[in-house]
Design a protein around this ligand. Structure first.
Ligand SMILES: Cc1cc2nc3c(=O)[nH]c(=O)nc-3n(C[C@H](O)[C@H](O)[C@H](O)COP(=O)(O)OP(=O)(O)OC[C@H]3O[C@@H](n4cnc5c(N)ncnc54)[C@H](O)[C@@H]3O)c2cc1C
Ligand code: FES
Ligand code: FES
Length: 1331
């Protein structure tokens, strides 16, 4: 924000997009743009307003992407730049987030800072609960949140970060010493709290006094602002508003803009006039009477929350049952930002079918107060209004002035119930508001109301059922009838939008059952003699899982006390860019200043999975203002189909989301508008193969199967064998917080410079050169940092680089291509879904003698061939299949083992993502181990231990390895997680609780590093020493947030024996280091570290004679002397790479340089009625050999674990049967929030040796994804306990992800038995499984 002389405020986020208009004086880049729909928090800013009634200043967080600039009249907006900067002074929030290692890629960090900062402005000494609550609307896909919460907790008074379970005791001081004494050699301090500046609230910027004057209040009359296409009018008074409404009946009222904004942005709604009464005093009030409370429609949901809390604290409990029910939901519906923006009036009027508040308001007999020029009246919310029947719709000239919420009475119960994919900040899958009134002193139903959300296009009332139940007793028979009738009354058709039909039907009655229990308990509390309580075993069904503030300990090896203090290797050094991340000064592609003549690119993508392009009509698009050109395949000067990868679709499209053309225009808005006008006609082509099963039917594969085999599998099946059912593992989206972004600059001599984020710059260079038909030496790729990658920036940046470069070439102007979140999810595609079939031979004691496993991955429609030397690879899909096959044994020795893998040729487009197939493939091994355990009536951990590698062995492809660290991690994990004791405790818990079950799972892991092709393991570096002694390091690896640059500085500092402050690492560029290989496979530090080490050692060898002559000299002296002696102060470094190989003909090889071992144990609690689960605790023991930087390594472990855990449990990509991806925003694809992480999270780096790697370290970036599956199998354990109790088959299929839907439907009971089932042959479902 920038304040001009005229007191006008300019915002960096305008009309819901990032402001890229450089003429507007606003050059603030800290606030990030990631989803554009209020769902991620990357754009969080603090809005402050003066309340002329209370004379107080109200600070609240807001997502800038949904704040219309005109709505900010009179408001002060603080962006991250206003909080602190490196140039002036960094703020304690920024400092602590950075020093606590709460940033990795840094793209979410300014938003995190703003959420914590705003909280501190209101509560300088917050509670841990307030910290967690404040961060609920901010997504981070790198860190796993623990360090972010921890940084916030450093501001809490009563709780230090290591307080254990609220005991007030530090975990390190436990008397029994259970944690510490046994880990004496270990350190736990990843940062030094003593370094933190104190928070001094008196030093915060004051609210601009000029914004408190009359000028900014409503009394000075109506204001209006005329724009290019729209007019914004702010009325002066309520009467003025009604006047306006009468004059502009179709104009919407813009309040929080949280419903209107997304409709305009994503659904193409257009309004020529907006009326904005936000802040109008007549809409902001609370009025309490004897009967109830009336709350102004302009109250935000956060203000509503505060008002309700006040009412609840003032009034007797029995009167405030509706208010309490509302409060419960207000805690978990959207994050803090949306809660502070969205208004009560907007919520009630917009009546979304998923509304969480409307069903409760209706059940609580609330009413809306309407006002128009004609007068005022009240409409009950439990009438037809919520069902949107036309006769009950608001008239266009009416507005809602307030909502009346009556008090409840003694024999009256009101509850809100809700189930969502994620505990916080997620739309409900099904929700309900229910109330019952009894005849006084009895359990005879006098009045009953049940309203459901997300079961149809509107909130739905089960009025018939309720009517039929009047006069009935509140007993089991009533419940049984109620369930049957409500299922008849509320019918979700089998093809209903949103899918999950049987689950939603089950939830309708499961929530009803919860309501029934809650009411029975309430009756018992009122008259225990008359109304028996519910069974003790049912008690835990009453409450949802509480939201706890996570805590834990991280343990790592202490640095040798004899190590020189200046040597940073082994220390938890903060990420090199951390402070820049938190101050917003770290520059990402979209933050780069506009370049003269720059154009913005918007893509037009295929809407068909497989079709002929009949025509492309660009005339209408070309005619629109600002449009410079429309680019298609015909404009590609070189290869448009390069090694199987098509840049602009020509003649045919092969998946939904394939780029067909792009529009280049002077603004992004113009480009996007024009993109909508490009008309493409298609003719479908058969076959259209979307799922693996369809591919198998059509025998559609990308390449030959990959196979490894040992022993004699057929013969070994003489043992007891188990033909497993199919296991499906669905895909996953990378969801990098920074979407794919490119700035392409055409230069002289056919040069093209591309600024972008990619894990494989050489490939971008290659593709762009091919598309432009120029040698590669004309193409420069420059990369400073990127906002997350996770494999998603390996292959696609090359295609998008070529697409942008073609546009830049054609127009001759710089091109900025920033993908919108929806396009990013569609175009970049995700993890390969997998189908597995297996047969296992085993003995009754759990020893597995044989395994024959077949994997199929949903590949893509073309085989992208990558030629390097003479070898060709079908990229990504090949590597994924190879990785799956080679890693498929995980940590287990199976003497007769056959594993085959194939990539199916399909019409979705999939690509690699963190773990490259390992997370999909290995979960299957655990599935069959668990199935064998179940068959043998043995605990899974026993079967794992029996079959685990124990001594120096050979893998199934005959590579020798030593599993000693595996055994150590496993044993430590068993012991220090108190696995057996907790398992017993969980069994006890399960005996006492019928509807909630606990489960534990412990996992060993053997993960191989790198790529089994030797030349992928090479790396180069270039190190310059300048005459002032400063050092510039470059190498071929890329900073993705994993801290590679930080570690390289540590390496250079160690090798050159100079402080880190002397060393700088600016960027990765194909100009400085050529032919760099991919940054993936946990190899970045290994290979680039060796190259940097090599360069530094070369320099030190050159300096050695000078140092010998002047040993007491300073570094600067030696450098000056070297220059005088004409010694080169620049050196290249090279690492030839680990000599890996794999002979697929023989199925043998030394495929990997080394292995990394680990073990994890997770414990969950499952709600059998809803399918929700809570992760109670996770312990990870990860072999790190010698960690170069324990903070970064632990950050990678925790981040990958959380990413893995959600891959196995929540993240679900939904496709239509035609192959259209529905999941294109954080609204419909749920990555974890802060509430999903383990309540207790313990991570230990286990020391070992790894002489072949730099400083005996190990690559740790990828492997932990898989450890997240401990959560999946802990869920399995809990579900198995539920099924045992219910007498169900002990073996069952729990595919991945174990979504709430899957969990609920596996916990079969009287409710799942009751729901209607549909014959699959009679309908086409809304979504399909593509695995
Ligand atoms: C990221 C995100 C997450 C969300 N999560 C949830 C969730 O979990 N659960 C849930 O229930 N909701 C959720 N919502 C929806 C949110 O509650 C509603 O969008 C919000 O309450 C609408 O209020 P608003 O003030 O922003 O309305 P606006 O967008 O400003 O207006 C919406 C509509 O209401 C009309 N209107 C507004 N006020 C009045 C009035 N006083 N009189 C007459 N007409 C009026 C406007 O003309 C407009 O048509 C979420 C929204 C977002 C963006
Ligand atoms: S960009 Fe605004 S919330 Fe995601
Ligand atoms: S650090 Fe949070 S998204 Fe990367």
């Amino acid at each position: 924000w920038y304040k001009t002389q005229e007191n006008m405020l300019l915002v960096i986020s305008m009309q819901g997009g990032k402001c890229r208009n450089q003429s507007s004086l606003v050059r603030l880049t800290g606030t990030k743009y990631s989803c554009g729909g209020g769902g991620c928090g990357a754009c969080t800013v603090m809005v402050s307003r003066y309340n002329s009634t209370t004379k107080a200043i109200h600070h609240y967080p807001a997502t800038a992407c949904l704040v219309p600039i005109c709505s900010l009249y009179g408001a002060a907006v603080t962006t991250v730049e206003g909080v602190g900067s490196i140039k002036t002074r960094i703020h304690p929030v920024q400092e602590r987030l950075a020093k606590c290692h709460g940033t990795q890629c840094g793209f979410c960090s300014p938003g995190m800072v703003m959420s914590i900062y705003t909280l501190l402005r209101n509560h300088p000494e917050p509670t841990p609960e307030q910290i967690t609550k404040a961060l609920g609307g901010n997504l981070c896909h790198c860190t796993g949140y623990r360090p972010i919460v921890e940084s916030g907790k450093t501001f809490c008074v009563e709780s230090t970060v290591c307080e254990l379970k609220g005991s007030g005791k530090c975990c390190m001081d436990q008397e029994d010493g259970s944690l510490v004494n046994r880990w004496e050699q270990m350190c736990t301090k990843l940062y030094d709290e003593d370094e933190f500046q104190p928070l001094d609230p008196s030093q915060e910027p004051i609210f601009p006094p000029e914004l408190t004057v009359r000028y900014f209040t409503f009394v000075n009359g109506r204001r209006s602002k005329q724009g290019e296409r729209t007019t914004w009018i702010t009325p002066a008074t309520l009467n003025d508003l009604l006047e306006l409404k009468a004059n502009f009946p179709k104009a919407p009222l813009v309040m929080g803009n949280t419903e209107l904004g997304p409709s305009i942005k994503f659904k193409n709604e257009f309004h020529p006039v907006f009326i904005s009464p936000l802040g109008l005093p007549e809409l902001h009030f609370v009025n309490t009477t004897d009967d109830g409370v009336t709350i102004g429609a302009g109250y935000s949901l956060a203000q509503l929350n505060d008002a309700l809390h006040f009412i609840v604290s003032e009034q007797p409990k029995e009167k405030t049952k509706t208010h309490r029910a509302l409060l419960k939901h207000l805690r978990t519906l959207p994050g803090a930002q949306i809660r502070n923006m969205a208004t009560l009036g907007g919520h009630v009027v917009s009546r979304p079918n998923f509304s969480d508040l409307n069903p409760i308001l209706a059940a609580g007999n609330a009413a809306i107060n309407l006002v128009s020029k004609e007068g005022q009246w009240q409409i009950p919310l439990n009438g037809p209004v919520l069902e949107r029947s036309p006769e009950a719709d608001l008239k266009s000239e009416e507005i809602v002035s307030s909502v009346y919420i009556p008090y409840s009475t003694q024999w009256h119960f009101v509850f809100g119930l809700r189930m969502a994919q994620r505990q916080e900040n997620a739309f409900a899958i099904v929700n309900a508001g229910m109330s019952v009134k009894f005849e006084d002193g009895t359990n005879t139903i006098k009045e009953l109301q049940m309203f459901y959300g997300s079961v149809g296009p509107t909130t739905v009332s089960a009025s018939q059922t309720c009517k039929q139940l009047i006069g009935r007793q509140w007993d089991d028979q009533m419940l049984s009838d109620a369930c049957r009738w409500v299922l008849d009354e509320i019918y979700i058709p089998p093809a209903a939008e949103g899918g999950m039909v049987e689950y939603r039907r089950t939830l309708i009655i499961s929530l009803l059952f919860k309501f029934y229990l809650k009411v029975r308990r309430g009756l018992n509390q009122m008259d225990p003699q008359k109304f028996p309580d519910i069974p003790e075993k049912f008690m835990s069904a009453l409450e949802d899982f509480p939201i706890e503030t996570p805590q834990g300990i991280q343990m790592f090896q202490c640095v040798d006390p004899h190590q020189p203090p200046q040597d940073p290797v082994g220390h938890p050094v903060m990420h090199q860019s951390a402070i820049k991340h938190t101050t917003g000064e770290a520059v990402y592609i979209d933050d780069m200043s506009c370049i003269d003549q720059e154009l913005f690119l918007a893509p037009i993508t295929s809407t068909r999975a497989h079709a002929k392009i009949i025509s492309i009509d660009i005339s209408e698009a070309l005619a629109l203002p600002g449009v410079v050109d429309v680019i298609t395949a015909e404009d590609v000067p070189g290869d448009n189909n390069y090694q199987g990868e098509i840049f602009y679709a020509q003649n045919e499209v092969i998946c939904v989301g394939q780029i067909v053309s792009t529009v280049a225009a002077d603004t992004y808005a113009h480009a996007r508008e024009a993109a909508k006008k490009v008309k493409i006609t298609y003719g479908d082509i058969e076959p259209r193969i979307i799922t693996i099963e369809q591919a198998l039917e059509h025998n559609s594969f990308l390449f030959d199967e990959k196979k490894i085999e040992q022993g004699n599998v057929e013969q070994a099946f003489k043992y007891k064998s188990l033909k497993g059912s199919e296991v499906h593992v669905e895909g996953q989206e990378h969801f990098c917080m920074e979407t794919l972004s490119i700035l392409a600059l055409p230069k002289e001599d056919k040069e093209m410079v591309l600024h972008l984020g990619t894990q494989y710059p050489t490939r971008v260079q290659e593709y762009v050169a091919a598309a432009l038909n120029v040698p590669r030496n004309r193409i420069a790729c420059r990369m400073k940092r990127t906002g997350g990658a996770f494999g998603g920036k390996v292959a696609k940046p090359a295609v998008l680089g070529a697409v942008s470069a073609v546009a830049a070439n054609k127009t001759g102007r710089p091109i900025r291509f920033i993908l919108e979140r929806g396009d990013d999810m569609l175009i970049t595609a995700g993890r390969h879904p997998l189908l597995r079939k297996y047969k296992i031979g085993f003995m009754n004691n759990g020893v597995i003698k044989a395994a024959d496993v077949k994997y199929y991955v949903n590949g893509r429609s073309v085989c992208i061939i990558l030629y390097l030397c003479e070898i060709s690879l079908c990229f990504a899909s090949t590597q994924v299949v190879e990785f799956i096959v080679l890693k498929s044994e995980n940590a287990y020795y199976i003497p007769n083992f056959r594993c085959r893998g194939r990539a199916c040729k399909t019409n979705p487009s999939n690509t690699a993502i963190r773990g490259f197939g390992f997370p999909q493939g290995t979960v299957v091994v655990e599935a069959y181990i668990t199935a064998v355990a179940s068959q043998c009536n043995l605990p899974p951990e026993e079967v794992k231990e029996i079959n685990m590698y124990k001594r120096i062995s050979k893998t199934a492809f005959k590579q020798t390895f030593n599993p000693e660290p595996l055994q150590r991690c496993w044993k430590e994990c068993l012991e220090k997680s108190s696995f057996y004791a907790r398992k017993l405790a969980a069994e006890e818990f399960n005996k006492k609780n019928y509807w909630k079950k606990r489960g534990l799972a412990i996992f060993p892991m053997k993960f191989s590093i790198g790529i089994p092709t030797a030349y992928y393991n090479q790396a180069a570096a270039l190190v310059h020493i300048y005459l002032d002694g400063s050092v510039l390091v470059t190498h071929g690896g890329y900073e993705l947030g994993q801290g590679l640059y930080t570690k390289m500085i540590q390496v250079a500092s160690h090798e050159l024996n100079i402080p880190q402050s002397y060393i700088h690492l600016s960027e990765t560029s194909t100009v400085t280091v050529s032919n760099g290989v991919l940054t993936l496979g946990s190899m970045g530090t290994d290979i680039n570290g060796k190259a940097v080490q090599n360069a530094c050692q070369t320099l030190m060898a050159r300096l050695h004679p000078i140092i010998r002559k002047n040993p007491k000299g300073k570094w600067e002296d030696w450098i000056a002397k070297a220059f005088e002696e004409s010694i080169s102060l620049s050196a290249t470094g090279y690492f030839k790479g680990y000599q890996t190989n794999m002979d697929w003909e023989k199925g043998e090889g030394n495929a990997y340089p080394y292995y990394v071992y680990g073990a994890a144990c997770s414990e969950v609690e499952v709600d059998c009625l809803t399918g929700a689960h809570k992760l109670l605790r996770t312990d990870i023991f990860m072999e790190a050999a010698f960690s170069i930087n324990p903070a970064l390594d632990i950050g990678q472990i925790e981040g990958a674990f959380i990413q893995g855990m959600r891959f196995y449990t929540i993240e679900e990509l939904k496709y239509s049967p035609e192959g259209v991806l529905y999941s294109r925003s954080p609204d419909d694809y749920k990555i974890p929030t802060v509430t999903e992480i383990p309540e207790e999270f313990y991570v230990t780096l286990v020391r070992s040796q790894n002489p072949i790697a730099i400083y005996s370290s190990k690559g740790l970036g990828e492997a932990r994804m898989f450890l997240g599956s401990s959560v999946l199998f802990a869920i399995y354990d809990a579900v198995a306990a539920a099924r045992r109790e219910r007498g169900l088959a002990k073996t069952f299929v729990l595919s991945s992800p174990a979504t709430p839907e899957m969990i609920r439907m596996m916990c079969v009971d009287q409710f799942t038995d009751m729901i209607p089932r549909d014959d699959p042959s009679t309908f086409t479902p809304w979504s399909i499984r593509v695995s």
